[in-house]
Design a protein around this ligand. Sequence first.
Ligand SMILES: Cc1ncc(COP(=O)(O)O)c(C=O)c1O
Length: 355
Amino acid sequence: MDEFVTIYEEVIKILKQLFGTRSDVFLITGSGSAGLEASIISLIEPGDKVIADDYYLRFLEVVGTKVILLERGRGEAITPSMIERILKKEHDVKAVAIAHNDTAQGITNPINEIGEIVKNYGALFIVDAVSSLGGIPIKFDEWHIDICSSGAQKALSAPPGLAPIAVSERAWEVITNRKTPIPSRYLNLLSYREAVEKHGRWHPTPFTTATSLVVALYASLKSIMSEGLDKVYERHAKAAIAVRESLKAAGLKLLVKDERYASNTVTAVIWPEGYSYEKFWHLLYDKYRVMIGNPPVQWLSWPIFRGSFRIGHMGRTARQDHIMYTISAIENALLEISYPIKTGIMTEVAEKILT
Ligand SMILES: Cc1ncc(COP(=O)(O)O)c(C=O)c1O
């Protein structure tokens, strides 16, 4: 068999372990959004009723669905009771589409519990795992997920440009029984299945495969598997605790309201009023070469980011050296803008957790 196809098959095999599924997994060439769009455009038809978060909303609007938007306060997770309340009231909900890990707010939604409820009401469950796959456990089969997609560039630590996607048997049934044809050529999941079935041994994707990206993803996946999945998840959890605790030791407040839902791949923090965020951000970027989210310009254009900053700790960056350098840079920058903290308090706390 062609050497590349062997690598491709190995990548799919490992991704199945990461997704926690025996169902079909494909690689779409495109960023994370390509996976989200493929999920929606393949499964959802015009007029369908879908409960969704604000990110999926934009993809659903393209299709022309009736969207029930999950409105909640800033820093609040999507809870099972929130979903159940809507499912009880609304009839004929075809699907629930939400993020596993809300990257903008540093929140991990309890999709394990939500999946059970969605299944009990007979709806399909679509999950965005762009910033969780490879950093936070996912159990696609056990949690009754029907389509889950991710991106190579986040916790998988590979270059951007590939979107892994898992599709359940139930999702295939719905897709193959659509009333209208899938209005997409490139993001049509049926063509991905057909490619594997018809010529999987020499060309397992329907279009040109981004071979260099697949090889890069393979290197990342091999490194994840040689460390051991459980160890990788533990490393992320520990990095997240170190980040959260050191920030709290500095008197800063996390954006997430209930810390049980704090993300293990990204932490969002409320910026303390009365201190120059512009100065803080630029000290980190220009002097310490640390780029935290959200650059000041993002505060102006996206209300969701206003008044907060974010620290990513996913994949390769969820390691002691990265975390210690970042925390120490944040501590120095805070001292330099005259924010009142005791010198060394943040690094001391982080070090204790990480060693
Ligand atoms: C949760 C989540 N979903 C979707 C996306 C969009 O992914 P991409 O920019 O790779 O298309 C992102 C990107 O940051 C994300 O964090």
